[in-house]
Design a protein around this ligand. Structure first.
Ligand SMILES: Nc1nc2c(c(CN[C@H]3C=C[C@H](O)[C@@H]3O)cn2[C@@H]2O[C@H](COP(=O)(O)O)[C@@H](O)[C@H]2O)c(=O)[nH]1
Length: 477
């Protein structure tokens, strides 16, 4: 914070002093939006093109309308769970572990060699590999139990709908000239990269066994060319592999299991996240740390229960985000930014957890948050990519060159904080523009974010990426 900015805590104290005590349930805010705007104001490497942003707002609104995009789209993704009821504790714990580990899935390897999870006959990469691995572990635990107590997870038909009706839906119906960015890397047709023309599936899934054998190396039968002896390698040697029975009961959604260092080990995680390729899941050791830390905090403060944590927020999305940031170091996504006295709060995984619970439970039960509209976009590496594709975000030449080279950008660096904070502010501007043009629109930053993320995944699946995403290795996203 620069010296001429008012300290929000001091302001709150003064307000309380002069205006009286705030209502008991008044939860001010998370600070994310304010911090993002302040970083945007000081940014020199990332900027927002207002004309493109206005044009993109129109396009996004039109396409969300056309696709009837809503919070309900979340559960229509075939791997996402459907709760058995508004107080389904098992599902809220599933969403927690999902967002505890929802970070860093990118790989520099080609598609057929990158980390991938085989689940029910299909291959999943990126974020969906995490969801698939968790579901596979639950299925196997149920099989090992000889029971089917994971009823919430039994509804997969293997042919689900992405909630996005056609993957080529980015149909050039967009308006304006989103491509008018100075470096010429924008999209000339006014935004959404023309037709993505993919297979209509949201996840990067391939059919097992669908790859053509090019004669170089063995086809491993999983649609993934291993190029070696045709055996899958999960990153653990055969002795270790044999020591872990194939169908074992690994309580992957249980905080008691996470904190038990004898049971929740790196070997077990290697088994849970065993890949259909040679590449191991990125940052496995860090994922183990996150699980153990979260298990300890939940046990210490919330009687070992994710449901209790959500209940402690008492229906406030802001309060839940603040609890996560306060109690769990692994959710405290805050970064130093020169010129500001206090760390900048970006809180990606804390916010996406709240949003996912809201969407998963359809705003009911555990998902009933009266202030969900105060949540911002989740600053990851995919939404900045589509904002740049649309010409809404543009970069200084050196930053643009670094991203297009695929060079690493350090977590917490000035470049990286600008990329993330400006993405948050840009989505806020998109939201304001949509609401200004369509005052009745039922839209918030969460829905715009989900829509943009899904859209970027469709563009990727259709092989239509025009710009790369930035590459940062961190547990934050
Ligand atoms: N901003 C934002 N970032 C998101 C998501 C999601 C998935 N959310 C589901 C819930 C609702 C949506 O409709 C999705 O179905 C993952 N990520 C982030 O992306 C990166 C992974 O990318 P890739 O390697 O390509 O799979 C990684 O940083 C991951 O944390 C999102 O929604 N918003």
């Amino acid at each position: 914070m620069s010296d001429d900015e008012a300290d929000p805590e001091l302001l709150a104290l003064l307000r309380q002093h002069f205006l009286g005590k705030p209502a008991a349930d008044a939860e001010p805010n998370t600070g994310v939006l304010q911090d993002a705007e302040a970083v945007y104001d000081d940014s020199i490497d990332v900027a927002i093109d207002m004309r493109s942003t206005k044009a993109a707002a129109q396009t996004i609104h039109a396409q969300m309308q056309r696709k009837e995009f809503s919070a309900g789209s979340w559960s229509s993704h075939e791997l996402h769970p459907t709760p058995s009821g508004p107080d389904d504790e098992e599902t809220v714990a599933f969403v927690f572990v999902l967002d505890l580990l929802n970070f860093s899935f990118w790989s520099d390897l080609p598609d057929e060699e990158r980390f991938a999870i085989e689940y029910r006959g299909r291959i999943w990469t990126g974020y969906w590999s995490l969801v698939a691995a968790l579901r596979r572990a639950l299925d196997e635990a149920n099989d090992a139990n000889g029971s089917s107590n994971g009823a919430a997870y039994d509804a997969i038909d293997g042919e689900g709908d992405s909630g996005i009706d056609d993957a080529s839906g980015l149909d050039g119906a967009s308006t304006g000239e989103a491509g008018s960015v100075s470096d010429g890397r924008g999209v000339a047709d006014g935004g959404f990269a023309g037709e993505s023309g993919s297979a209509g599936e949201s996840g990067s899934a391939g059919e097992v066994g669908s790859s053509a054998d090019d004669g170089n190396g063995a086809d491993d039968g999983n649609g993934v060319e291993s190029g070696s002896d045709g055996e899958h390698n999960s990153g653990i040697d055969e002795t270790e592999q044999a020591a872990i029975p194939k169908k074992r009961k690994i309580a992957i959604t249980s905080p008691d299991f996470w904190k038990n260092e004898d049971e929740c080990t790196l070997e077990i995680l290697r088994h849970v996240f065993r890949s259909a390729t040679e590449e191991e899941m990125p940052m496995l050791a860090e994922r183990l740390d996150c699980l153990r830390d979260a298990g300890r905090v939940l046990s210490h403060h919330y009687d070992g229960s994710v449901a209790n944590l959500v209940r402690a927020a008492d229906g406030s999305a802001v309060r839940l985000v603040n609890l996560l940031a306060r109690d769990f170091p692994c959710f405290r996504d805050e970064h130093f930014f020169a010129g500001r006295r206090r760390p900048v709060r970006l809180l990606k995984r804390a916010q996406i957890f709240v949003a996912d619970v809201w969407a998963c439970f359809g705003g009911q039960g555990f998902g009933a948050f009266r202030d969900i509209d105060k949540i911002t976009m989740f600053a990851d590496y995919r939404v900045p990519q589509i904002l740049n594709t649309l010409g809404c975000l543009y970069y200084s030449p050196s930053l643009a060159a670094t991203i297009s080279r695929g060079a690493l950008i350090e977590s917490g660096s000035r470049w990286e904080v600008q990329l993330r904070a400006c993405s948050i502010w840009c989505v806020e501007l998109l939201r304001r523009e949509i609401v200004k043009q369509h005052p009745d629109a039922k839209v918030n930053a969460v829905l715009i974010d989900f829509f943009l993320y899904d859209t970027m995944k469709e563009i990727e699946a259709g092989g239509k990426e025009t710009v790369r995403h930035h590459r940062t290795r961190s547990i934050w996203y």
